[in-house]
Ligand binder design. Structure first.
Ligand code: SF4
Length: 328
């Protein structure tokens, strides 16, 4: 097995629960939202690892913490063998160029007062990498790579003059302009028209091949994950419950939560017969996750042990790991 490009080890990100004055008088203990609560996985060079789960499961926080856009509570993230959490801001700067993010919302993530040129040029200016004619050339090249053609026609436009798909392409150009190796793409097509989604996904796959990129692709949509992904990690309430080759996980899911997610994905064949798994109740709060297996209050197959002991995340087939007492 080659060395991973990104290695995530027992990553945790907890947010303090803000309490009002009166509540803080009576509650002695600080409460925490355990958004990411001990996740470990590797991402290999040139692959697309999809992080899948319901909203609120901790996917986005995982992606942002890996890039150190937010500081971790605990754990390690190695990029090319260096733990980025141990690096000073100065030491982190050259690595930042190699690790970029494509944000979910192209309406929110672009400054409405900046032109496309300034938006895409900003990372180059911040890192002091180009100015003058070279800056313009590099911006034009990034816009071309994002298939905004002709690129010169977009330079002086503002985000409100662009369609949703064009805005997301500007976001992609901004991520590409520094020549990254690793990109966290957080639900990159969920806010744009369905008719434009395939174009953006195909562009991302094409860029992966041409520029040798590696992606962590965050999505709640299993069909999208299947379209772009090589491996899939399924997240539930701050933990990864299953990880493996994407076709294997989709065709032979092992964890009850993965089975439930997949049973509710629409299939295009009206005659296809399959058993839907309906989960009871809501996702519990990450402030006080259930003891034992976090999925036990909703799991149709929960046993007594599930309420008491947290299942280990174990490799049960080559490259396919799962956290469930019934599978291990
Ligand atoms: Fe269900 Fe128990 Fe497996 Fe958790 S450990 S997923 S509760 S069977």
């Amino acid at each position: 097995m080659p060395e991973p490009l990104v290695k995530v080890v027992d990553l945790k990100k907890w947010f303090p629960v803000r309490m009002g004055f009166l509540a803080s008088l009576f509650k002695k203990q600080q409460l925490w939202v355990r958004a990411v609560d001990g996740v470990s996985f590797d991402i290999y060079r040139g692959e697309v690892l999809c992080l899948v789960g319901e909203s609120g499961c901790g996917k986005t926080t995982t992606g942002r913490t890996i890039l150190r856009l937010i500081e971790p509570t605990d754990g390690k993230v190695f990029f090319e063998g260096r733990n980025i959490f141990e690096l000073s801001k100065e030491e982190l700067r050259p690595l930042r160029r190699k690790m970029q993010m494509i944000f979910q919302d192209p309406y929110e993530s672009l400054n409405p007062r900046q032109t496309v040129f300034d938006i895409v040029a900003e990372p180059l200016r911040i890192h002091g990498l180009a100015e003058g004619e070279e800056l313009r050339e590099r911006v034009i090249k990034a816009l071309e790579e994002a298939e905004l053609r002709p690129p010169e026609a977009f330079l002086d436009r503002y985000p409100h003059e662009l369609s949703g798909g064009q805005r997301q392409r500007v976001g992609i150009a901004r991520a590409l302009v520094l020549g990254p190796e690793f990109i966290v793409a957080d639900e990159p097509v969920s806010m744009i028209d369905v008719s434009l989604r395939a174009g953006i996904l195909n562009l991302m796959l094409d860029l992966k091949e041409r520029l040798g990129l590696t992606y962590l692709f965050i999505t709640h949509d299993i069909a999208q994950a299947r379209y772009v992904g090589d491996r899939m990690a399924v997240m539930y309430l701050g933990k990864i419950v299953e990880l493996g080759p994407i076709e294997e996980v989709i065709k032979e899911p092992l964890h009850p939560y993965t089975k439930a997610l997949l049973s509710n994905v629409p299939v295009p064949d009206p005659d296809a017969r399959r058993e839907r798994i309906y989960l009871k109740g809501e996702v519990p709060t990450p402030i006080s996750p259930p003891p034992g297996c976090r999925f036990h209050p909703r799991c149709p197959w929960a046993k007594a042990i599930c309420r008491e002991e947290e299942p280990e995340f174990l490799e049960v087939r080559k490259g396919h790991s799962v956290a469930c007492h019934l599978v291990a």
